[in-house]
Write a protein that binds this ligand. Structure first.
Ligand code: SF4
Ligand code: SF4
Length: 315
């Protein structure tokens, strides 16, 4: 399947970094995790498919089996969506029919101060950890006799994880542009395994989150770069529930993100973080609200390159 003519190009990280004077964030632990992903995970994206195919009684049974396995491997949420041309990045081709979208939550205690080295390291830790989940899930699917492809959370994937996760019932888009899950909140990351194994799809949910966002502006107030909008944008198109999307200004966000430990301040300040996380379930006493370093934002940068953009839903 080809990407739709309206599909976005993949985010051009190098061009954006060049526009702000290069990569200046230096955190040894982040570099080490990146190195581990390249060294130990990239070579495991592919594997042999068992010629003896397991036949399930129904697509419901097959889906339940896959989800159970994903949870056993460490996923905090799993959903299944059918891939449409608009879910594929420009210039990429996908032969698989379904995406098994997997989410893993980040630790609240690592976001006590944002932006910080600790929050940056936690983002990378989850990329590695979630990478293990999708690689092992792909391996399991191949052992059942079905081909599949790993779409790693760290990037350079063929498909857009966010719209697929919305279709798979993960939650709703928040004002800050990230998905808010009714139980996990917004502090989580996504990866996918794509396959043509016959599966039962999930559906988008309406948990009242978008309506809540229209009255809450916490992320907008605490965004150090003032990149989060006041109003929904007609130009940005509609989300899966038919609401016009909030359009985060990447030209303001990215320079701050690139110079201040990958920022992420909009996620822990979001009121949809469930405060029972304040213990992180491991006896760690943590704060109920992070300290946000509101340093002066760098100048806006908006390089003249094709923009990463989520597909607009024609509803
Ligand atoms: S990552 Fe930081 S700069 Fe970007 S939108 Fe969120 S709070 Fe604002
Ligand atoms: S902080 Fe408030 S407005 Fe922003 S995404 Fe969360 S709920 Fe929505």
């Amino acid at each position: 399947m080809q990407a739709a003519s309206t599909s976005p190009p993949a985010f051009r990280w190098d061009d954006w970094y060049q526009s702000v004077g290069g990569r200046t964030i230096k955190i040894a632990e982040v570099d080490e995790i990146l190195n581990q992903i390249k060294t130990f995970q990239y070579p495991n994206f592919h594997g042999e498919t068992n010629p003896q195919q397991t036949v399930f009684e129904s697509i419901a049974e097959a889906s339940a089996d896959i989800k159970q396995k994903a949870f056993a491997l460490g996923a905090d949420e799993v959903g299944i969506a059918e891939i449409e041309p608009g879910d594929i990045y420009q210039g990429r081709e996908v032969n698989e029919k379904f995406a098994i979208v997997v989410g893993q939550k980040m630790l609240w205690r690592s976001f006590q101060e944002v932006p910080s080295h600790e929050s940056a390291i936690e983002c990378l830790r989850i990329y590695f950890s979630l990478g293990e989940v999708v690689i092992n899930l792909a391996s399991y699917i191949r052992s059942l006799g079905y081909d599949c492809t790993v779409e790693h959370p760290i990037g350079d994937s063929d498909v857009l994880h966010v719209p697929l996760a919305l279709k798979a019932g993960f939650g709703e888009l928040g004002r800050h542009g990230s998905i808010i899950h009714p139980k996990m909140g917004p502090l989580f990351r996504l990866g996918s395994v794509i396959t043509s194994m016959p599966l039962q799809i999930d559906h988008p949910i309406d948990a009242g989150i978008a309506a809540f966002c229209d009255n809450c502006k916490a992320c907008r107030i605490y965004c150090p770069a003032k990149a989060i909008p006041d109003e929904r944008s007609v130009e940005a198109g509609k989300d899966h529930l038919g609401n016009y999307r909030y359009k985060v200004d990447t030209g303001k966000c990215f320079p701050y993100f690139a110079k201040h430990n990958y920022c992420s301040a909009c996620l822990p300040v979001c009121v949809y973080n469930h405060k029972e996380w304040a213990k992180d379930f491991e006896g760690h006493q943590t704060k109920l609200f992070p300290a946000v370093a509101l340093k002066e934002p760098p100048p806006t940068t908006d390089p003249d390159i094709p923009k990463h953009w989520y597909p607009k839903f024609k509803r």
